[in-house]
Design a protein. Structure first.
Length: 496
């Protein structure tokens, strides 16, 4: 009787996909800018033609989010992204500096491993396919097991559209039998040149430890500060629109609201007018008990859910038209569950006596699982924006829905579903990832013939001596004495 080991089959599939993508990418690397652009246009068309079906598949398979919002995400990941990147120079000579004698030439990285989350499965697959091919890279996707069908379908549509427009077959691939073993195998394979990971912290950490270049993102625990000069009605509208968009599945969505004490009552009243439900202490405790695991990881049952679904699961009784659930919090950390990232329609609420205390609360929230990601501020005071611009995040989003502003939909940031958190957040980039992160740049450097522009070594200025001879003698004596003491104690001159 034949024995079929699922993990071995999955690993073999991963190997075949990587090898096919490598062979295809080596051909694709020679394509012209015009040819690549015609391929991208066909991919965008395929995404737009199937955006509703992909959105329905994603919601049906994962249970996360809203169909109408996932449609918007799919369109944003295709046509909006294309409009932003279409004029990027990613092929051939991309920059030339005649004065310095430097010519910069773009080269593709090779084949990428694209790790896709369950929260944004189809839009992320579309987005990564397009930026990969814009850079003349190939890509193999590792979908989240709970979003396999919809991710595979999005990747298949992108692959077929690319091949139809002239791309080599196999340039875009997707695992049909996802497993940790298959993903690990792809990470190690020589055919994979770079990993671009969007997903949970453990997967991102694994990507960075695979021994090859990786672009990963950290979690976002975004505070939204409503400062006393803010347009309160607009601020509340932005926050609710952002947090309810696809039921909070974008990592740049607001997680907590921080409000100046002098406007607290007005802000709370406005939230209530716009459908927010403020939980009492008992309801907050009841929700906190089921919203997170003991390790403060979010319970997947609550990810991307409507307030009504959350209330039902947690045993709360709320109005049918509730837009978001809000709970007052007095602190940050393990004793305050709403101070953690909540990829759903739940917000923590903090009151600060002034902007200085608000600043402290925001920093503590950011350090509680969102360092390097994003911060939202609603204010009419430009100086206040600059004060908050020094916080340990790389996106300071002003007077805009945070989830949409962070990905570049309502701001001038690059359209992206991979938001880097910089070194602070354990990422290799602090940018919204674009095709420019997926190319290598070689430089042709001519000798500088203008001798007047070169300073001879013997003519370089010598720094003035700032230490006297007497001070140098004292330092030398102290070093000799220290060596003697260590030698007496240890038997050699190194203190070992």
């Amino acid at each position: 009787m034949a024995i079929h080991d699922a993990d071995l089959i999955s690993i073999q599939e991963a190997r075949c996909l990587a090898r096919e993508a490598k062979a295809a990418q080596q051909v694709f690397a020679g394509f012209t800018e015009d040819k690549v652009d015609s391929i991208l246009k066909n991919m965008v068309k395929a995404a737009l033609d199937n955006t509703e079906e992909l959105a329905r598949m994603a919601v049906a398979e994962t249970g996360f989010g809203k169909v109408e919002d996932k449609i918007i995400k799919n369109k944003f990941a295709s046509i909006n992204l294309y409009e932003y990147i279409k004029d990027m120079k990613t092929i051939g000579i991309i920059r030339e500096d005649e004065k310095k004698g430097i010519i910069e030439i773009a080269e593709p990285v090779g084949v990428l491993l694209g790790i896709v989350p369950s929260t944004n499965p189809t839009s992320t697959a579309i987005y990564k396919s397009i930026i990969a091919l814009k850079a003349r890279d190939g890509i193999v996707f590792s979908p989240h097991p709970s979003a396999l069908k919809c991710t595979y379908e999005a990747a298949r549509l992108m692959a077929e559209a690319a091949t139809e427009a002239g791309a080599p077959k196999g340039l875009i691939g997707c695992i049909k039998r996802p497993s940790m073993e298959a993903t690990s195998e792809l990470m190690r394979m020589p055919e994979i040149a770079m990993i671009i990971a969007t997903g949970g912290s453990s997967m991102v950490k694994a990507s960075y430890s695979a021994g090859k270049p990786a672009l990963g993102v950290g979690p976002g625990n975004v505070p939204a500060y409503i400062e006393k000069t803010a347009d309160i009605k607009e601020a509340v509208r932005d926050i609710i629109a952002s947090k309810s968009f696809d039921y909070g599945t974008i990592c740049a969505s607001e997680q907590s609201v921080v409000v100046d004490e002098c406007i607290k009552d007005e802000v709370v009243e406005e939230f209530k007018k716009q459908g927010a439900y403020f939980m009492n202490e008992g309801e907050i405790e009841k929700l906190g008990d089921v919203l997170f695991t003991k390790g403060h990881a979010m319970n997947a049952e609550f990810v991307g859910r409507s307030p009504k679904e959350i209330a039902k699961k947690a045993g709360l009784n709320i109005p049918n038209n509730t837009s978001v659930l809000i709970g007052f919090q007095e602190g940050v950390g393990k004793d305050y569950p709403l101070s953690f990232e909540k990829l759903t329609t739940v917000l923590g609420f903090y009151t600060a006596k002034d902007w200085v205390e608000a600043c402290d609360i925001c920093i503590r929230l950011i350090n509680n699982g969102g360092i390097g990601h994003s911060l939202s501020i609603h204010t009419e005071d430009k100086d206040m924006v600059l004060k908050f611009a020094v916080k340990p995040v790389f996106r300071i989003l002003v007077n805009t829905p945070s989830s949409l502003g962070g990905v570049g939909a309502t701001t001038g940031l690059a359209p992206s579903f991979t938001l880097g958190c910089g070194a602070w957040g354990g990422s290799s980039t602090s940018d919204n990832v674009t095709p420019m992160h997926l190319i290598n740049i070689k430089r042709v450097a001519y000798a500088i013939r203008d001798v007047n522009s070169i300073i001879p070594i013997d003519k370089m200025p010598i720094p003035q001596k700032t230490v006297t001879d007497e001070q140098i003698d004292i330092i030398v004596k102290r070093v000799i004495n220290a060596i003697s003491v260590n030698k007496d104690k240890s038997g050699d001159g190194y203190g070992n």
